[in-house]
Ligand binder design. Structure first.
Ligand code: S3P
Length: 172
């Protein structure tokens, strides 16, 4: 593991960042952090409420504040970040400074299955069929995910534990 020892998980909504993050943090015996949870705590609103009441631009600024606030944090941790956080170049730079960035990659099919009944993610609501929406947003983001990370880990067909163990092997 790098000297600073943090692991940062990025990737599309539904790729498993939060569950893999929790499992990996357990395997490494370090705390697990999540930018969406940090923002909800800070703003005293759910992500859905933030989008509805304050708008997406406000949420994106809150994401940057959340990542900036981690730069002074002591001690190792695993951090999973919201799927849109790596879109901002400042955020990508900050993530690289915080630790080893892993892109948890999943196919559109896997993502569609996992997100089929989700109501918590504002960007996935609306009339457009889910698979088309995922394909469209992912194609806008894929290159930035690749640019932001130092390793890509595929999660299709693997259990949360298998993915977490694979990441642990990669970084130790
Ligand atoms: C978003 C992803 C969500 C959350 C918000 C926006 C995105 O997090 O931050 O709904 O733009 O991809 P998860 O990736 O944890 O679902």
């Amino acid at each position: 593991m790098r000297t600073d020892g943090n692991v940062i998980l990025i990737g599309f909504m539904g790729c498993g960042k939060s569950s893999v993050g929790r499992k990996l943090a357990g395997l490494l015996a370090v705390p697990c952090l999540d930018t969406d949870a940090l923002i909800e705590e800070q703003e005293k609103m759910t992500i859905r409420e933030i989008f509805t009441r304050m708008g997406q631009a406000y949420f994106r600024d809150a994401e940057t504040r959340a990542v900036r606030s981690l730069t002074g944090r002591e001690g190792r941790y695993v951090l999973s970040v919201g799927g849109g956080l790596p879109l901002r170049s400042e955020n990508r730079e900050l993530l690289k400074k915080l630790g080893t960035v892993i892109y948890l990659k999943a196919s559109v099919q896997t993502l569609s299955e996992r997100l089929a009944r989700d109501t918590s993610r504002p960007l996935l609501q609306g009339e457009e069929p889910l698979e088309e929406k995922i394909t469209r947003i992912l194609s806008e983001r894929e290159a930035l995910y690749e640019e932001a990370c130092s390793h890509v880990v595929l999660s299709d067909g693997k259990s949360i534990r298998e993915v977490a163990q694979e990441i642990k092997r990669l970084i130790t």
